[in-house]
Design a protein around this ligand. Structure first.
Ligand code: UDP
Length: 306
C-alpha cells in the first residue's frame, strides 16, 4: 500500500514509518517540524513533504492516511493553544476533505486526554470524560474531541472510511528529550545528574506503553481493515504512580533517588488507565514489552543522542 502519514516525523510517526517500510509499504510523510526535530529519520526510503495541515492538502496519490499531526506533549501544545486548536479542527478537516475526494480511509490518532480528569478507572471507550473547556489544557483535549467529531461526521455524511484510536501515554526511542514528558524528563534529568521533577506529590497515575506495542497495534488495524468505526483505546493497563515511575527509572539508571517537587499543572489528570479489552479482542493484540525492557531501550536511545 501507499500510505500517507501526517505528522510522520514525530515520535509515533517516525516509528510507524519505520515499521511500514520494513513491511514493504510505500510511505509519504507530511510534517512541518513544529514539534519534531529534522533528524528523526535515519534513512530516506520515503517521500517527504514539508507541509502544515492547516493549509489545503497537496495533491498526493495514496491508499490510506494515518492522521497523526498535532503538537502532543503539554509543553508543546500549550506554547500556542490557538494553533493547537487550528491543527485539530482546520487540519483534520483538510485531511478529511482530501480523503473524501480520493475515497480513501483515515486512521486518526486521538488520545486518552479526551477523557480529561476521569471519574472512572479504567477508562473504557464508552466513558464520555471530564474535560473543562475554558482552560489552557483543553486546547488539546477539546481539539482532539472535535477532531473525533469531525471524523465521525465525515464518515456519516460523506462515507469516508474511518478509524479512531485513542493512544494512552506512550514512550520509547525517538521521543524528543526536551518535550517535557514524564519519561523523557526523568531519564534526561537522571543522565544529567539533576533532580527528577515530580509535579504535585507524585500520587497521580499514568499507564505507560512502549512505542513498538502501539505501532504494532496500528499496523494490525490497517491489515485487518475494514474499520470498526467506533473508537478503540490503545495502551498498556499497567498503572503506576508518578513517584513510582521516578523510583523505577532511578533504579534502572542505577542512581540515588534525587527529587525536586514542583507545582502540579492545572487540570493535570489524577488517574489514567486504559481499558484495552476492545483492542485485545478486535485486533488480537496485547502489549508485550515490559516496563523494564522498554525503559532500558529508551535509556539507551537517550544515552546515544548527539
Ligand atoms: N510529570 C511530572 N514531572 C515531569 C513531567 C511530568 O511529575 O517532569 C507528571 C505530569 O504532571 C503528569 C504525568 O507526569 O501527571 C504525565 O505527564 P506527561 O506530560 O508525560 O503526559 P500527560 O499524561 O500529562 O499528557
Amino acid at each position: 500500500m501507499k500510505i500517507l502519514i501526517t505528522g510522520g516525523n514525530g515520535f509515533i510517526g517516525s516509528n510507524l514509518t519505520k515499521l511500514l517500510l520494513e513491511s514493504n509499504h510505500q510511505v509519504i510523510v507530511i510534517d512541518n517540524f513544529y514539534s519534531s526535530k529534522e533528524n528523526n529519520f535515519q534513512d530516506n526510503k520515503f517521500t517527504f513533504i514539508n507541509h502544515d495541515i492547516i493549509n489545503e492538502m497537496p495533491n498526493i496519490e495514496c491508499d490510506l492516511i494515518f492522521h497523526l499531526a498535532c503538537p502532543a506533549s503539554p509543553k508543546v501544545y500549550l506554547k500556542d493553544t490557538l494553533y493547537t486548536l487550528d491543527v485539530n479542527y482546520i487540519g483534520t478537516k483538510n485531511v478529511l476533505d482530501f480523503a473524501k475526494i480520493k475515497s480513501i480511509p483515515v486512521v486518526f490518532s486521538s488520545t486518552s486526554e479526551i477523557y480529561g480528569d476521569p471519574h472512572i478507572s479504567p477508562q473504557d471507550e464508552q466513558y464520555t470524560g471530564n474535560v473543562y473547556p475554558p482552560s489552557l489544557r483543553s486546547s488539546y483535549d477539546e481539539g482532539k474531541r472535535v477532531a473525533e467529531t469531525l471524523m465521525y461526521n465525515y464518515h456519516i455524511n460523506h462515507r469516508v472510511p474511518i478509524q479512531i484510536v485513542r493512544l494512552f501515554n506512550t514512550y520509547g526511542p525517538k521521543m524528543d528529550p526536551d518535550d517535557g514528558r514524564v519519561v523523557s524528563n526523568f531519564i534526561m534529568q537522571g543522565l544529567n545528574k539533576e533532580p527528577m521533577s515530580i509535579y504535585g506529590d507524585g500520587s497521580q497515575t499514568r499507564s505507560l506503553c512502549y512505542i513498538d506495542d502501539i505501532t504494532s497495534a496500528l499496523y494490525k488495524l490497517i491489515i485487518q481493515w475494514p474499520a470498526y468505526e467506533a473508537p478503540i483505546n490503545l495502551g498498556n493497563n499497567h498503572e503506576m504512580k508518578i513517584i513510582d515511575i521516578a523510583n523505577f527509572i532511578s533504579e534502572s539508571l542505577n542512581i540515588e533517588k534525587n527529587y525536586i517537587y514542583k507545582e502540579l499543572p492545572e487540570h493535570d489528570p489524577k488517574t489514567r488507565k486504559p481499558d484495552n479489552n476492545k483492542a485485545r479482542k478486535l485486533l488480537k493484540w496485547k502489549p508485550k514489552i515490559s516496563l523494564k525492557d522498554g525503559i532500558e531501550k529508551t535509556i539507551e536511545y537517550f544515552k546515544n543522542l548527539d
